[in-house]
Unconditional design. Sequence first.
Length: 299
Amino acid sequence: MVPESFSMGMFCLSQTVVGILGNWSILFHHFVSLFTGKYLMPKDEILKHLTLANSLSIISRGIPQTMALFGLKSFLDDIACKVIVYTNRVSREISLHAMCLLSCFQVITISPSNSKWMKLKHRATKYVGPSCSLSWPVYLLLNSKIAISVIGVNTNINFTRKFNTGYCSSFDSGGNPIFLFLICFIDVLYLSVMAWASVSMVSILNRHRKQVQYLHSDTHCLRVSPEARATQSILILVCTYVTFYSMSFILIIYSVFFDKPKLWLVNILTFLESCFPTFCPFLLITNNTSFYKIFLHCW
């Protein structure tokens, strides 16, 4: 094993362990809340699905890549490769769906009482949970074609375009252009909605801050409301997600259309795809006071 691979393997292992522990802490928090009879808010329902998707993304991407960097070769057969890549793709789409839903729901939540969006608040609260649950079978079915083009590293099949990711290989199966267009269209649509929701949240917070300045003294203006604090954390989540998603998307486009990806490029892509799932739970923990109360109660 070359020193560069060992160093990258240790870094990837650290990122994977930290990400899994962070996301499992959030899932444990939701489990304890349900066990103690605490009612989960609609936003908590979205975060539960987001955290589960992030956990699956880290496990299906970080663990195999770490094992490959440590020199383990051919430890996955064709079926295992199909399951891992399929799980990673579905979890990635669920994460995108949850982030889009979270940003839109927060816009409706912080909208003024006389806004047209407040008419949708009750309806949105009612359908948030079913929407998150329905997204799993939808993306499981929509991405079923992805597993067909994945094989093990040592499978002796010749293809004109074959990409080695270190632990699995994928090939160009001449996919349906309509299917590829549908996948790209959904991703672009979600990202556009998230961008619109972020701009709307910033605009609402600015208007609210200007109104409060005329009603209260400077001392009261310095206090940040819980709604504003939650909105700020969601804005940070959205900006972080869009940044890492865009960077990884550029690398994927380069790998597919220009050249066979080198292993160092695959390692960078793995790092970028794992950054948001690793960063997300710790931002949620720092902005959730009930998280600390539950863990202190359990202790």
